[in-house]
Design a protein around this ligand. Structure first.
Ligand code: FES
Ligand code: MG
Length: 580
């Protein structure tokens, strides 16, 4: 048994941070040490930079199913660099297992993570996330908590194979399900492909929200270089984990806080990358929320201007052909950033202490590949996402034009209206639904307060009777979101939402709507006097709740342009906006 001796007090010791208030700080530290020693720690171990690890492993989250191996590699990296790893659990949210929708819980996860970072002694924190809402929740938390922080991405799943067809969640989930709905494949085939769509643990293998936020986290400078793309089950991913651990210790020693990394230039770079990768529209909402935590506004018009000059370079589903593992083999983010460099703010600082420009220069040289296109031969000449305005969306709406049908981008049609998600589910497949291929499907009440939680119901299915006639795309309009893995001519995030009396609430069956992506317009072609009459006849009653998290949510949630964050979680003062 080793003799315990009292080490000289080390003012830098992370264990002294945020001492519990017993009115006697030395006694508080004495107690804290006594308890941690109950787990077998020595004084020597405790006299190191303490690196907190937000562990989001959960049986309900297969996207984080590599967590045990990741944590081992991460802790190895921390200890090799002279730190003390301290893991702690937080909420973990998976897309398919969170009712009513994962977005409803993102802010709760960010509050949990922020408060646990504040409450527990640590000199830096490693946030381990991957599935769609986890990385945004963690970056929002880190931005608010303000200590040195670094993100470790869990990594993407492998692709599977179904009867010779390469498949991956979840673009191919939707493709096969649409074929099944159209009676192109039978019940046995839909069962068979279900085994193949998610071939391993890890996040969705296409450019959905998880992959988008992984790339965005690296573009923000919040991961080690190359941290976005290694698949979850690879040696490369474990090496990234080990490096992340070592980098966290360096961040703790330097006290390089997150506000020095998450600058307006960093957000500029993140938006550029989001546009160039054909990223998920959800990424815009999440970036607005993260920026809001630092007092920065996301200006949608600036985003649109950036979109006009940012080509889509990454050939990944759903905009293109490949999967995340192909992007990784092609060189990952270094390859993309090098191509995009003229459009980036290269002086932005990253968690390595070097600038983004220095990291691009230091990356492995380019090799022959066909996943990241040159700027001279893009997948799509303009940015993936366009911002629309008009009397139907005075606060803006967005369309992912790179995943839309080119023939529908200039379109006028008759509205076929569904009052909410339940109405849609009840009527969309009925044979007597009055709908033609040229109509525009309108879904109300799936915004931040409407559903609540702004579910990904904006990907309105093609009515069965039209799908069976071979109709693959129609203009669809809602105040909700859609999965980053989805595709179609789909107008999303209509702001203000219908549940709080936005103009979308006033649309009736048979109204004419005009969409012009070229002019960035979305208009309801109904006279203003008639809209006023409808408003008087059906006054808006905003949703409320009696108690609990739902009450907090409905009382506090902001609109899409503010990131669907809670109003009280934004920074108290606005410091500026993200430059284009
Ligand atoms: Fe987790 Fe797609 S469900 S990343
Ligand atoms: Mg998703």
């Amino acid at each position: 048994m080793s003799r315990s001796k009292t080490p000289p007090p080390n003012p830098a010791s992370g264990l002294r941070k945020g001492l519990t208030s017993y009115g006697d700080n030395e006694f508080s530290l004495f107690l804290r040490k006594a308890f941690i020693k109950g787990a077998g720690y020595t004084d020597t171990a405790l006299d190191r930079p303490v690196i907190g690890i937000a562990d989001t492993g959960s049986a309900y989250n297969p996207c984080h199913g590599n967590m045990p191996m990741l944590l081992e590699a991460l802790k190895r990296g921390i200890m090799l660099a002279g730190g003390l790893p301290m893991e702690f659990p937080t909420i973990s949210v998976h897309e398919s297992f969170a009712f009513p929708t994962s977005m409803y819980l993102r802010n709760l996860m960010s509050m949990d993570t922020e408060e646990m970072i504040r409450a527990q002694p640590m000199d830096a924190v490693v946030l381990v996330g991957g599935c769609d809402k986890t990385v945004p929740a963690q970056l929002m938390a880190a931005a608010s908590a303000g200590i040195p922080a670094i993100e470790l991405i869990t990594g993407s799943m492998l692709t599977g194979s179904h009867r010779g067809d390469r498949v991956g969640a979840c673009t191919d989930c939707r493709r096969y399900w649409a074929r099944y709905r159209a009676a192109e494949i039978d019940a046995q085939e839909i069962v068979d492909v279900n085994d193949q769509l998610v071939a391993s643990v890890g996040t969705c293998s296409v450019m959905g929200t998880a992959s988008t936020m992984a790339c965005v986290a690296e573009a923000l400078g919040m991961t080690v270089p190359g941290g976005a793309t290694p698949p979850a089950v690879t040696a490369d991913r474990m090496r990234i984990a080990e490096q992340t651990g070592a980098q966290a210790v360096w961040l703790a020693r330097q006290q390089l806080t997150v506000d020095r990394i998450l600058t307006p230039d960093a957000f500029h770079n993140a938006l550029r990358v989001l546009l160039a990768i054909g990223g998920s529209t959800n990424g815009i909402v999440h970036l607005a929320a993260i920026a809001g935590r630092l007092g920065l506004d996301l200006d949608l018009d600036a985003l649109d201007r950036m979109g006009r000059e940012t080509p889509v370079l990454l050939d990944l589903k759903p905009s293109g052909q490949h999967y995340m593992e192909d992007f990784h083999k092609a060189g990952g983010m270094a390859c993309l950033l090098r191509e995009l460099a003229p459009l980036l703010r290269l002086d932005a600082l990253t968690v390595t202490g070097r600038t983004l420009g220095e990291e691009i220069a230091a990356a492995a040289p380019a090799h022959r590949q066909d996943v990241v296109k040159p700027r001279t031969d893009p997948i799509y000449p303009q940015g993936a996402i366009a911002v629309l305005r008009g009397n139907l969306a005075p606060g803006g709406a967005i369309i992912k034009q790179s995943a839309a049908d080119a023939g529908l981008m200039e379109h006028e049609g008759r509205a076929v209206v569904f009052e909410d998600a339940a109405d849609l589910a009840a009527r969309i497949d009925r044979d007597d639904l009055d709908v033609e291929p040229d109509d525009m499907l309108v879904l109300k009440n799936i915004g931040p307060k409407g559903a609540p939680g702004m579910p990904e119901a904006g990907y309105i299915p093609i009515p069965r009777k039209l799908a069976q006639r071979g109709v693959k795309d129609m203009v669809r309009i809602s105040d909700g979101r859609m999965s980053g893995t989805a595709f179609g001519t789909i107008v999303l995030h209509v702001t203000p939402e219908s549940a709080i009396g936005g103009p979308l609430a006033l649309v009736e069956n048979g109204d004419r709507i005009r969409l012009s992506v070229a002019r960035r317009e979305l208009d309801l072609l109904v006279p203003q006097a008639e809209l006023e009459r409808r408003r008087q006849q059906h006054p808006c009653v905003a949703p409320t709740a009696e108690r609990g998290y739902k009450k907090l949510f409905l009382d506090s949630v902001t609109q899409a342009d503010r990131g669907v964050d809670f109003d009280f979680l934004r920074a108290a003062h606005t410091r500026g906006s993200i430059p284009d």
